[in-house]
Design a protein around this ligand. Sequence first.
Ligand code: PRP
Ligand code: URA
Length: 214
Amino acid sequence: MAAGSSMVKVCDHPLIRQALGELRRKETVPLEFRARVGELARYLSYEAARDLSVASVEIETPLMKTTAERVDEEKMILAPILRAGLAMIDGAMATFPHAQVRHIGIFRDEKTLQPVEYYCKVPAVLDPETLVLVLDPMLATGGSAIAAIDLFKKRGITRFKFICLIAAPEGIANVQSLHPEVPIYTANVDQKLNERGYIVPGLGDAGDRCFGTH
Ligand code: PRP
Ligand code: URA
């Protein structure tokens, strides 16, 4: 597995650790919670961009011609998993302003913990060159992440990155058993899942905390 694998990128910059702490606090209200999710999505997207290729371009400064670098215009899709993934869109788009956003609705059944897909605004066929960044704050059992990646693989996608804020070791292992080529970017790998499938210490239910429901 898993947390020690090179496919798991734990981004532990001090500002990331600070924002994550604010998210975890039970007193953090939805407006602040969503702002922090967005902030972390921006930082983690930035990390996820680290291995993108750059091309040399000729430019002119006020003084002379020189060579600059520009990130190759990748075909990219940001795929937030509703609901909590919604709060990650603006932060990720700040990093990737030319990306498309393709929403997918998946919730997990509270009893079985199995993912249930209820919305999919994604064409049946996609350009296989496209890089898909799946966005969801929580990787718990991994069921939702696996369902989202499956959905895009059925449409021809082969290139993925999964960006979350907190991951459980169990979820990482499950994603890696089915989709070992997908790198996982996260701010932290927490201890474990509790008996109800929640990440501990975690932050509770991310969708509820984003939108003030419970
Ligand atoms: C949360 C979270 C993930 C999922 C993770 O969504 O945002 O999508 O749980 O759990 P898993 O790894 O075990 O699948 P939830 O199902 O609570 O839906 P919501 O965002 O609509 O509240
Ligand atoms: N989904 C959440 O929102 N939180 C958890 O801890 C687990 C799944």
